[in-house]
Ligand binder design. Structure first.
Ligand code: ATP
Length: 331
């Protein structure tokens, strides 16, 4: 995918600025800033109805923004690949016929069809009609269709729904390969444990608004969630150390993610402890934290502690999420 590598990896290939999308009176997206980088996998996350698919459809050009701008880095037509949420092809066609049809549509060399059939391990079924395919086979075919034209940007809407763990792993292996070839991959998913192993950045949304974006490490810091350090016989080993004892809860040392490195140095240098485990907040922990903030802000802003209102996150959320007692499902 040399064409995409020509774009600087640190510059976004697509950027949305201050984008709004209205359906009549309903605001599906409000003032969203969003960037996609070549050679990176971006996880697009949010509850049902948050606006993820709408964002994808804006990038595809299926919707036009009511307000704001969509910019493409090299100003040329963007080569996009798309796997919709519900992949459905004409089921009397064979797998090979489907890919050949899309190859002709996208003016791709027919030899690419055979290559992808091989790569996606569909050779044994290529002459069978799709009605005989399992969910996983159809999904593999769907992704093969999406990457036929070697896209610069690949948009995958819930690619692993209904797949067994092995089939999901297969798809993510392909996604990683494409990313390493310079493709910008956007994955819209609710399967956080799976995407956590593969993402470079995540973009969290709620009710059409951007909540936060960044690497997992940046999001952990922004959330302020604690890291837990565990070790065997912890109570005996920290005996007499008031500092460590003050941080010990439920057989683990609990420190802010920002103080993690300092704590590790302290354990090694001062206590000669090296056999500890560091448990950082997972993507699910971070996701739940952000969603809870929205929920709390909407339902109980009047009772929020004054100290919390000083944080950049709180101020950011306050721009969008005004108290609306009894609404939403953000617990
Ligand atoms: N064409 C449309 N006309 C009117 N409302 C729409 C249209 N498309 C989407 N919406 C509304 O916009 C909101 C965002 O929908 P969207 O499909 O983008 O959410 P999503 O985050 O992808 O949800 P899910 O996780 O359930 O797929 C929803 O409230 C939906 O009902």
């Amino acid at each position: 995918m040399s064409h995409s590598l020509a774009v600087c990896q640190s510059q976004p290939i697509v950027s949305l600025t201050d984008v709004c999308l209205q359906f009549g009176d309903f605001a599906a997206l409000t003032k969203v800033d969003f960037e996609i980088f070549p050679g990176q996998t971006l996880a697009l996350l949010g509850h049902n109805g948050a606006g993820k698919s709408s964002l994808i459809k804006l990038i595809l050009g299926l919707y036009q923004p009511t307000r704001g701008q969509i910019n493409i880095a090299d100003k040329k037509q963007l080569n996009l690949g798309y796997l919709p949420e519900d992949v459905s092809f004409y089921d009397k066609l064979t797998g090979k016929e489907v890919l050949s049809y899309f190859a002709a549509l996208k003016q791709v060399n027919p030899s690419k069809v055979n290559q992808l059939i091989e790569e996606f391990e569909l050779g044994y079924a290529q002459h069978r009609p799709l009605k005989t395919y399992s969910k996983g086979m159809k999904q593999r075919l769907g992704v093969a269709q999406a990457i036929l034209s070697e896209p610069q940007v690949l948009l995958l809407d819930e690619p692993t729904v209904g797949l067994d763990p092995q089939a999901s792993q297969f798809l993510y292996k392909k996604i990683d390969q494409l990313k390493h070839q310079g493709c910008a991959v956007v994955v819209c998913t609710h399967e956080l444990a799976m995407i956590e192993q593969h993402l470079d950045r995540a973009f969290l949304m709620a009710k059409g608004h951007k909540l936060a974006s960044g690497t997992l490490s940046e999001l952990r810091k922004l959330s302020g969630l604690n890291t837990h350090i565990t070790m065997t016989a912890i109570e005996q080993r920290i005996k007499g150390d008031r500092y460590l004892q003050s941080l010990c809860r439920d057989n683990a040392l609990e420190v802010g993610t920002n103080q993690r490195d300092e704590m590790i140095k302290y354990l090694v240098a001062t206590k000669n402890i090296t056999d500890f485990n560091v448990l950082e907040p997972s993507l699910m922990d971070v996701y739940r934290y952000f969603m809870r903030q929205v929920f709390e802000l909407e339902t109980s802003a009047a009772t929020v502690q004054p100290s919390r209102t000083d944080t950049p996150l709180f101020q950011q959320l306050l721009r969008y999420f005004k108290p609306q007692v009894g609404k939403g499902h953000y617990e």
